[in-house]
Design a protein around this ligand. Sequence first.
Ligand code: HEM
Length: 197
Amino acid sequence: MSDIATEPDSSTRSQRLKAATHATHDRLDRRIMAGDIFANRDNFARFLRVQYRFHCDIDGLYANAALAALVPDLPGRRRLPQIASDLRDLGQPLPPFAVAAVRADLPLATALGWLYVAEGSNLGGSVLYKLAAKLGLNSGFGARHLAAHPDGVARHWRGFTAALDSVALSRAQEDEAIAGAEAAFQRVRAHVEDEFA
Ligand code: HEM
């Protein structure tokens, strides 16, 4: 039988991604904050290196044609240059080049999952930006990549989630998007374990 009744799911895809990764995100937040990243600039630089390494991993996504057709201003959402500037501001060398975890031609659903993590991190980033002020860091020095987008954090985020929520995906692709987001969080976590060891 193909017409088994199921409860209609009224949640959006972005809400489902948030729910599916909530526990992983929560553990990551705690792990990073336990690293006392606002105690001094050296500690904050560890967080910057995590960000740098993750954004190197995903850099190919910003040249992904399917993503670019869907997500407004995809190239403008790339933050690797700002993270590199933040590290240079603090007199830190850039972490050595490593093989990126993600191919540029990742299938759309998986790519959306990875990009969800990068874009969503801007929401927490606005909290971190305020805390970074006590280290003398701001949008022009050391915390450039955490500064709010000129459109406003919430509006910029809604631009992404509207695109994420609008695209038609099969059930299997839904699962791929969640797996992509989970893999992205795991990758960040691995960088944290390296940098905060
Ligand atoms: C590189 C590390 C991080 C990544 C990849 C990340 C990822 C994300 C993602 C994907 C979201 C969007 C959730 C949604 O769908 O609404 C988010 C939101 C948020 N994050 Fe993080 N995050 C990181 C670090 C942190 C840290 C260290 C904090 C510490 C306070 C934090 C606090 C928050 C807050 C307050 C929100 C917004 C509230 C919410 O919607 O839950 N994040 N983050």
